[in-house]
Write a protein that binds this ligand. Structure first.
Ligand code: HEM
Length: 296
Protein backbone atom coordinates (compact mmCIF):
# COMPACT_ATOMS: atom_id res chain seq x y z
CA UNK A 1 0.00 0.00 0.00
CA UNK A 2 1.32 3.43 -0.93
CA UNK A 3 0.92 5.66 2.14
CA UNK A 4 2.48 8.75 0.51
CA UNK A 5 0.21 11.67 1.26
CA UNK A 6 -0.57 13.74 -1.76
CA UNK A 7 -0.95 17.42 -0.94
CA UNK A 8 -3.25 19.49 -3.05
CA UNK A 9 -2.22 23.08 -3.61
CA UNK A 10 -4.76 25.25 -1.75
CA UNK A 11 -6.42 28.26 -3.25
CA UNK A 12 -3.82 31.00 -3.84
CA UNK A 13 -3.88 34.58 -2.56
CA UNK A 14 -5.66 34.91 0.76
CA UNK A 15 -7.81 38.02 1.00
CA UNK A 16 -5.70 41.19 1.07
CA UNK A 17 -2.39 39.64 0.02
CA UNK A 18 -1.17 40.24 -3.56
CA UNK A 19 -1.32 37.25 -5.91
CA UNK A 20 1.35 34.68 -5.18
CA UNK A 21 2.04 36.00 -1.66
CA UNK A 22 0.97 35.12 1.86
CA UNK A 23 0.08 37.93 4.26
CA UNK A 24 3.46 37.27 5.97
CA UNK A 25 5.52 37.35 2.76
CA UNK A 26 3.63 40.44 1.54
CA UNK A 27 4.15 42.31 4.80
CA UNK A 28 7.80 41.32 5.34
CA UNK A 29 8.73 41.43 1.63
CA UNK A 30 10.58 38.15 2.11
CA UNK A 31 10.97 37.42 -1.62
CA UNK A 32 12.58 40.80 -2.18
CA UNK A 33 14.66 40.60 0.99
CA UNK A 34 16.16 37.25 0.06
CA UNK A 35 16.97 38.37 -3.45
CA UNK A 36 19.36 41.05 -2.20
CA UNK A 37 22.51 39.00 -1.54
CA UNK A 38 24.77 38.79 -4.57
CA UNK A 39 28.21 37.34 -3.77
CA UNK A 40 31.11 38.34 -5.99
CA UNK A 41 33.47 35.52 -4.93
CA UNK A 42 33.20 31.77 -4.52
CA UNK A 43 34.19 32.04 -0.84
CA UNK A 44 31.59 30.11 1.21
CA UNK A 45 31.67 32.82 3.92
CA UNK A 46 30.73 35.73 1.66
CA UNK A 47 27.02 35.26 2.40
CA UNK A 48 27.79 35.75 6.09
CA UNK A 49 29.75 38.93 5.26
CA UNK A 50 27.01 40.40 3.06
CA UNK A 51 24.25 39.47 5.52
CA UNK A 52 26.17 40.95 8.43
CA UNK A 53 26.74 44.26 6.62
CA UNK A 54 23.15 44.41 5.34
CA UNK A 55 21.76 43.76 8.83
CA UNK A 56 23.99 46.58 10.12
CA UNK A 57 22.60 48.83 7.38
CA UNK A 58 19.05 48.03 8.51
CA UNK A 59 19.89 48.81 12.14
CA UNK A 60 21.59 52.09 11.22
CA UNK A 61 18.46 53.14 9.34
CA UNK A 62 16.30 52.06 12.27
CA UNK A 63 18.45 54.14 14.65
CA UNK A 64 18.17 57.14 12.28
CA UNK A 65 14.37 56.88 12.33
CA UNK A 66 14.27 56.54 16.11
CA UNK A 67 16.56 59.54 16.65
CA UNK A 68 14.38 61.64 14.33
CA UNK A 69 11.29 60.61 16.33
CA UNK A 70 13.05 61.49 19.60
CA UNK A 71 14.06 64.90 18.18
CA UNK A 72 10.41 65.64 17.28
CA UNK A 73 9.32 64.59 20.79
CA UNK A 74 11.95 66.82 22.41
CA UNK A 75 10.83 69.73 20.22
CA UNK A 76 7.29 69.09 21.50
CA UNK A 77 8.68 69.15 25.08
CA UNK A 78 7.62 65.52 25.59
CA UNK A 79 10.55 64.28 27.68
CA UNK A 80 8.91 61.01 28.78
CA UNK A 81 8.21 59.85 25.22
CA UNK A 82 11.62 61.04 23.99
CA UNK A 83 13.29 58.94 26.70
CA UNK A 84 11.23 55.88 25.70
CA UNK A 85 12.28 56.34 22.07
CA UNK A 86 15.93 56.79 23.01
CA UNK A 87 15.79 53.64 25.14
CA UNK A 88 14.86 51.78 21.97
CA UNK A 89 18.03 53.18 20.37
CA UNK A 90 19.99 51.74 23.31
CA UNK A 91 18.31 48.36 22.71
CA UNK A 92 19.05 48.39 18.96
CA UNK A 93 22.78 48.70 19.61
CA UNK A 94 22.81 45.23 21.20
CA UNK A 95 21.93 43.22 18.04
CA UNK A 96 23.88 45.69 15.89
CA UNK A 97 27.04 45.09 17.91
CA UNK A 98 26.39 41.33 17.99
CA UNK A 99 26.67 41.22 14.18
CA UNK A 100 30.46 41.21 14.65
CA UNK A 101 30.22 37.64 16.05
CA UNK A 102 28.83 36.49 12.73
CA UNK A 103 32.08 37.38 10.93
CA UNK A 104 34.53 36.71 13.78
CA UNK A 105 35.69 33.52 12.00
CA UNK A 106 37.43 35.59 9.31
CA UNK A 107 41.18 35.36 8.82
CA UNK A 108 43.08 37.83 6.62
CA UNK A 109 43.01 35.23 3.82
CA UNK A 110 39.21 34.94 4.05
CA UNK A 111 38.69 38.72 3.99
CA UNK A 112 41.13 39.42 1.18
CA UNK A 113 39.78 36.68 -1.08
CA UNK A 114 36.34 38.34 -0.83
CA UNK A 115 37.54 41.97 -1.00
CA UNK A 116 39.77 41.33 -4.02
CA UNK A 117 36.75 40.04 -5.96
CA UNK A 118 34.65 43.04 -4.83
CA UNK A 119 37.34 45.44 -6.12
CA UNK A 120 37.53 43.54 -9.42
CA UNK A 121 33.72 43.67 -9.79
CA UNK A 122 32.74 47.13 -8.50
CA UNK A 123 36.00 49.09 -8.03
CA UNK A 124 37.81 50.32 -4.94
CA UNK A 125 35.35 50.62 -2.06
CA UNK A 126 35.35 51.86 1.52
CA UNK A 127 32.54 51.73 4.07
CA UNK A 128 32.91 55.52 4.22
CA UNK A 129 30.75 55.37 1.08
CA UNK A 130 27.85 54.16 3.27
CA UNK A 131 25.33 56.99 3.76
CA UNK A 132 23.26 55.43 6.58
CA UNK A 133 26.23 55.29 8.97
CA UNK A 134 27.18 58.88 8.12
CA UNK A 135 23.62 60.13 8.62
CA UNK A 136 23.46 58.39 12.01
CA UNK A 137 26.82 59.93 13.01
CA UNK A 138 25.66 63.41 11.96
CA UNK A 139 22.46 62.94 13.97
CA UNK A 140 24.58 61.93 16.97
CA UNK A 141 26.31 65.32 16.63
CA UNK A 142 29.64 64.33 15.06
CA UNK A 143 29.60 66.70 12.09
CA UNK A 144 32.49 66.21 9.67
CA UNK A 145 31.71 67.75 6.28
CA UNK A 146 34.75 66.14 4.63
CA UNK A 147 32.97 62.77 4.50
CA UNK A 148 30.47 64.20 1.96
CA UNK A 149 33.13 63.80 -0.76
CA UNK A 150 32.35 60.07 -0.96
CA UNK A 151 28.80 60.75 -2.16
CA UNK A 152 29.62 62.72 -5.31
CA UNK A 153 28.50 59.75 -7.47
CA UNK A 154 25.19 59.66 -5.50
CA UNK A 155 23.80 63.25 -5.80
CA UNK A 156 20.55 62.36 -4.01
CA UNK A 157 22.46 61.02 -0.98
CA UNK A 158 24.89 63.96 -1.10
CA UNK A 159 21.91 66.38 -0.87
CA UNK A 160 20.31 64.34 1.90
CA UNK A 161 23.51 64.26 4.00
CA UNK A 162 24.28 67.92 3.32
CA UNK A 163 20.83 68.78 4.71
CA UNK A 164 21.32 66.63 7.82
CA UNK A 165 24.75 68.23 8.33
CA UNK A 166 23.16 71.70 8.46
CA UNK A 167 20.30 70.70 10.78
CA UNK A 168 20.37 70.32 14.58
CA UNK A 169 21.69 66.99 15.86
CA UNK A 170 20.05 65.04 18.67
CA UNK A 171 22.44 66.76 21.12
CA UNK A 172 21.45 70.19 19.76
CA UNK A 173 17.80 69.32 20.39
CA UNK A 174 18.63 68.09 23.90
CA UNK A 175 20.44 71.37 24.68
CA UNK A 176 17.55 73.44 23.26
CA UNK A 177 15.14 71.44 25.43
CA UNK A 178 17.31 72.02 28.54
CA UNK A 179 17.29 75.74 27.73
CA UNK A 180 13.47 75.73 27.56
CA UNK A 181 13.48 73.98 30.94
CA UNK A 182 15.30 77.01 32.34
CA UNK A 183 18.88 75.71 32.37
CA UNK A 184 21.68 78.10 31.46
CA UNK A 185 22.59 76.86 27.98
CA UNK A 186 24.30 79.86 26.29
CA UNK A 187 22.53 81.47 23.31
CA UNK A 188 25.72 81.06 21.25
CA UNK A 189 25.37 77.27 21.59
CA UNK A 190 21.73 77.32 20.51
CA UNK A 191 22.13 79.72 17.56
CA UNK A 192 25.31 78.30 16.10
CA UNK A 193 25.96 77.02 12.56
CA UNK A 194 25.01 73.36 12.97
CA UNK A 195 27.10 72.25 9.99
CA UNK A 196 30.42 72.94 11.74
CA UNK A 197 31.85 70.58 14.39
CA UNK A 198 30.40 71.19 17.86
CA UNK A 199 32.81 72.88 20.30
CA UNK A 200 32.30 71.58 23.85
CA UNK A 201 32.31 74.30 26.53
CA UNK A 202 32.38 74.91 30.28
CA UNK A 203 28.87 76.42 30.41
CA UNK A 204 27.20 73.25 29.07
CA UNK A 205 29.38 71.16 31.40
CA UNK A 206 27.98 73.21 34.25
CA UNK A 207 24.43 72.56 33.01
CA UNK A 208 24.97 68.81 33.28
CA UNK A 209 26.59 69.26 36.68
CA UNK A 210 23.53 71.17 37.88
CA UNK A 211 21.21 68.46 36.58
CA UNK A 212 23.11 65.81 38.54
CA UNK A 213 23.79 68.01 41.60
CA UNK A 214 21.08 66.55 43.81
CA UNK A 215 20.60 62.76 43.90
CA UNK A 216 16.82 63.07 43.82
CA UNK A 217 16.43 66.28 41.85
CA UNK A 218 15.85 66.48 38.10
CA UNK A 219 15.28 62.73 37.85
CA UNK A 220 13.74 62.99 34.38
CA UNK A 221 16.72 64.96 33.07
CA UNK A 222 19.16 62.60 34.79
CA UNK A 223 17.42 59.71 33.06
CA UNK A 224 17.78 61.53 29.74
CA UNK A 225 21.51 62.00 30.49
CA UNK A 226 21.98 58.32 31.38
CA UNK A 227 20.12 57.15 28.26
CA UNK A 228 22.35 59.38 26.12
CA UNK A 229 25.39 57.83 27.85
CA UNK A 230 24.05 54.35 27.01
CA UNK A 231 23.69 55.38 23.36
CA UNK A 232 27.23 56.79 23.29
CA UNK A 233 28.51 53.56 24.86
CA UNK A 234 26.69 51.42 22.28
CA UNK A 235 28.13 53.52 19.46
CA UNK A 236 31.68 53.44 20.89
CA UNK A 237 31.41 49.68 21.48
CA UNK A 238 30.61 49.21 17.77
CA UNK A 239 33.70 51.26 16.92
CA UNK A 240 35.85 49.18 19.27
CA UNK A 241 34.58 45.89 17.80
CA UNK A 242 35.19 47.26 14.30
CA UNK A 243 38.75 48.23 15.23
CA UNK A 244 39.43 44.78 16.69
CA UNK A 245 37.98 43.08 13.58
CA UNK A 246 40.27 45.29 11.47
CA UNK A 247 43.30 44.36 13.57
CA UNK A 248 42.34 40.69 13.26
CA UNK A 249 41.71 40.51 9.52
CA UNK A 250 43.75 43.33 8.03
CA UNK A 251 46.63 44.14 10.39
CA UNK A 252 48.90 47.04 9.42
CA UNK A 253 48.12 47.07 5.70
CA UNK A 254 47.46 50.35 3.91
CA UNK A 255 43.71 50.86 3.43
CA UNK A 256 41.52 53.09 1.25
CA UNK A 257 43.55 56.28 1.69
CA UNK A 258 46.90 54.51 1.29
CA UNK A 259 47.71 54.98 4.97
CA UNK A 260 47.55 52.20 7.56
CA UNK A 261 43.86 51.45 8.22
CA UNK A 262 44.33 51.13 11.97
CA UNK A 263 46.16 54.47 12.13
CA UNK A 264 43.17 56.05 10.34
CA UNK A 265 40.64 54.45 12.68
CA UNK A 266 42.38 54.98 16.04
CA UNK A 267 41.75 58.75 16.37
CA UNK A 268 38.06 58.19 15.56
CA UNK A 269 37.76 56.22 18.80
CA UNK A 270 37.78 59.57 20.60
CA UNK A 271 34.66 60.70 18.71
CA UNK A 272 32.26 60.06 21.58
CA UNK A 273 28.81 61.71 21.23
CA UNK A 274 27.44 64.24 23.78
CA UNK A 275 30.88 65.49 24.98
CA UNK A 276 30.02 67.57 28.07
CA UNK A 277 27.84 64.77 29.42
CA UNK A 278 31.14 62.86 29.77
CA UNK A 279 33.54 65.65 30.73
CA UNK A 280 31.19 66.90 33.48
CA UNK A 281 31.66 63.55 35.22
CA UNK A 282 35.08 64.82 36.33
CA UNK A 283 33.33 67.01 38.91
CA UNK A 284 29.71 65.81 39.23
CA UNK A 285 29.23 64.83 42.87
CA UNK A 286 32.16 66.91 44.18
CA UNK A 287 31.32 68.59 47.47
CA UNK A 288 30.48 72.29 47.04
CA UNK A 289 33.48 74.62 47.29
CA UNK A 290 33.93 75.98 50.83
CA UNK A 291 35.42 79.32 51.83
CA UNK A 292 39.03 78.66 53.04
CA UNK A 293 38.44 80.86 56.15
CA UNK A 294 35.73 78.44 57.24
CA UNK A 295 38.16 75.49 57.36
CA UNK A 296 39.27 74.36 60.82
C1 HEM B 1 36.43 42.97 9.27
C2 HEM B 1 36.96 43.58 8.25
C3 HEM B 1 37.01 45.07 8.12
C4 HEM B 1 38.12 45.81 7.91
C5 HEM B 1 39.53 45.29 7.76
C6 HEM B 1 37.70 47.20 7.87
C7 HEM B 1 38.55 48.27 7.68
C8 HEM B 1 38.19 49.58 7.72
C9 HEM B 1 39.09 50.69 7.54
C10 HEM B 1 40.59 50.56 7.30
C11 HEM B 1 38.37 51.83 7.63
C12 HEM B 1 38.91 53.27 7.49
C13 HEM B 1 38.52 53.85 6.14
C14 HEM B 1 39.13 53.05 5.02
O1 HEM B 1 40.35 53.02 4.88
O2 HEM B 1 38.31 52.41 4.31
C15 HEM B 1 37.01 51.45 7.87
C16 HEM B 1 35.96 52.33 8.09
C17 HEM B 1 34.67 51.94 8.30
N1 HEM B 1 34.18 50.66 8.25
FE1 HEM B 1 35.26 48.96 8.15
N2 HEM B 1 36.34 47.26 8.05
C18 HEM B 1 35.87 45.98 8.20
C19 HEM B 1 34.56 45.61 8.36
C20 HEM B 1 33.50 46.47 8.36
C21 HEM B 1 32.12 46.07 8.44
C22 HEM B 1 31.62 44.62 8.49
C23 HEM B 1 31.39 47.21 8.46
C24 HEM B 1 29.90 47.39 8.50
C25 HEM B 1 29.10 46.54 9.07
C26 HEM B 1 32.31 48.33 8.40
C27 HEM B 1 31.95 49.65 8.43
C28 HEM B 1 32.84 50.71 8.46
C29 HEM B 1 32.45 52.08 8.69
C30 HEM B 1 31.04 52.58 8.97
C31 HEM B 1 33.60 52.85 8.60
C32 HEM B 1 33.71 54.36 8.86
C33 HEM B 1 34.16 54.52 10.31
C34 HEM B 1 34.28 55.96 10.80
O3 HEM B 1 33.94 56.89 10.07
O4 HEM B 1 34.74 56.14 11.94
N3 HEM B 1 33.58 47.84 8.33
N4 HEM B 1 36.92 50.08 7.92
Amino acid sequence: MNDTVKHERPDPAPAGAPTGQTPYSAWMRTDMLHSLQHPVSDHPGEHAWITSVQVSELYWMLIIREIQIAQAQLRADDLAQACRTLQRVVAHHEPLNATWRSIAWMTPTDLLSILSRAVATYGKDTALQGWTYRQMVYLLGIKQAEHLQHFMPQPQRWDQLNKVLAEPSLYDDVLAYLHRRGLAVPAAVLDRDFSVPYEPGKAVEQVWRDIYAGQDDNLGLQQLGETLCDIAEGFSTWKHLHLMATRRTFGGRPAYFGTEGIAWLLPTMNEIPFPELWSARGFIGDPPAVCPHMRK
